[in-house]
Design a binder for this molecule. Structure first.
Ligand SMILES: Nc1ncnc2c1ncn2[C@@H]1O[C@H](COP(=O)(O)OP(=O)(O)OP(=O)(O)O)[C@@H](O)[C@H]1O
Ligand SMILES: Nc1nc2c(ncn2[C@@H]2O[C@H](COP(=O)(O)O)[C@@H](O)[C@H]2O)c(=O)[nH]1
Length: 347
């Protein structure tokens, strides 16, 4: 059962599961950010354990949702959390672009390359803000560079299934929350994750369909010089990061986790190669790839014909029809919007 839940000031709609055998209702763990309560919903059970939910009277990009009840991702989470699990993802027009995972040893230049990409293509990419238990550096801001977290709180949230991946890196806990990835995908942008090799391995093993890029330094000497020049770590921390770098580089190159390997020798050259790998070398406009919202008429009826959902405007002389092609679904939970092909027909 999917329904409104205003009473406890919880402004996301609630989900309850009915067990036919015991005739009991129970509340599953709900992953991802769901839709806010609305004046009405239509729902259709789709293949592969998904429910399509269409909201009435919602603003642009807020009307189409998918509740995953028995998809491969949800089954994986049920095993991990040993509880009933469901997961939300939001429907967007077109293709949901794959998230990009960037890994590499500390100081190789991942953050520098990501900043260049986000500066040149601000409307295309968004950064997944990780959680960490390490202390902030002087220029770092909470919620922008990291969510600086208390270890106990973060460990509890990991237990509650709120993280896509987490790892102990250079003596601190780091992790990517589902909410952080969703904050990016919900804004229609392609998500970039800057995470270590262990985190990339976890993401690879999950059902999040991403692109994996490993960044290598030209030499260990150059890596050391960059870490020192950055001036953000103590000598002891630099030594620890350099020791870890050797194993990370070995694993990054030989484990098969990463489909793409970039050498960051000359920064400009490396950035050009990164853009080429992402198919951006010909892009001159910052608005080249936008994921559009799906704009539904406020008053409508909904029907299903084979693999098409037909949304018909009511109460007006011109009756616009919107057709969702559910055979075209791509992407999805966790932390991803679900792309869908949409046709609008005016009468
Ligand atoms: N190709 C390059 N040549 C010289 N210096 C570089 C190059 N790329 C990055 N740098 C410099 O190296 C330092 C480390 O870069 P950056 O902070 O981006 O590394 P990082 O991989 O994100 O590290 P961490 O994993 O610790 O966050 C920075 O001072 C940056 O300006
Ligand atoms: N597994 C994860 N690794 C992460 C995450 N966020 C950052 N990192 C990695 O940690 C190191 C050190 O980062 P620093 O900011 O302390 O220099 C670096 O390799 C990052 O890629 C995360 O969410 N999960």
């Amino acid at each position: 059962m999917i329904g409104g839940n205003h009473e406890r000031n919880n402004f996301s709609i609630g989900v309850q599961i009915h067990d036919k055998n015991s005739n009991n209702w129970f509340s599953p763990i709900v992953l991802g950010t769901g839709p806010k309560p609305s004046q009405g919903y239509s729902a259709f059970v789709l293949e592969q354990g998904r429910i399509l939910v269409i909201k009435k009277g919602s603003p642009r990009n807020e009307s189409i949702w998918f509740l995953e009840v028995d998809s491969p991702y949800v089954r994986e989470q049920k095993k991990l959390l040993r509880k009933e699990v469901v997961a939300w993802s939001k429907g967007v027009r077109g293709n949901a672009e794959k998230p990009i995972v960037i890994s590499g040893p500390s100081g190789v230049g991942k953050g520098t390359l990501i900043s260049m990409l986000m500066k040149e293509f601000p409307s295309m990419f968004g950064f997944s803000v990780s959680h960490t238990t390490r202390s902030p550096r002087s220029m770092e801001r909470d919620g922008v560079h990291y969510h600086f977290a208390d270890k106990k709180v973060m460990e509890k949230e990991i237990k509650d299934g709120k993280f896509l991946e987490f790892a102990s890196v250079h003596g601190n806990l780091y992790g990517t929350s589902i909410e952080s990835v969703e904050a990016v995908t919900d804004s229609g942008k392609r998500c970039i994750l800057d995470i270590d090799v262990q985190g990339a391995r976890s993401v690879r093993a999950s059902s999040l369909d991403a692109i994996f890029i490993f960044v290598c330094p030209p030499s260990m000497k150059e890596l050391e010089d960059r870490l020192r020049a950055r001036g953000t770590e103590t000598e002891e921390q630099i030594q620890k990061r350099l020791r870890n770098a050797e194993a990370e580089i070995k694993e990054g190159i030989s484990s098969g986790i990463f489909g793409l390997i970039l050498y960051n020798d000359n920064l400009e050259e490396c950035y050009k190669k990164l853009k080429k790998l992402l198919g951006l070398d010909e892009v001159t406009s910052v608005n080249g790839v936008e994921i559009e919202g799906i704009n539904l008429p406020t008053e409508h009826t909904v029907s299903k014909m084979e693999d098409k959902i037909i949304i018909q405007e009511t109460g007006k002389e011109t009756r616009n029809k919107i057709v969702l092609d559910i055979s075209s679904l791509n992407g999805g939970a966790p932390g991803r919007t679900r792309g869908i092909l949409v046709d609008a027909i005016k009468f």
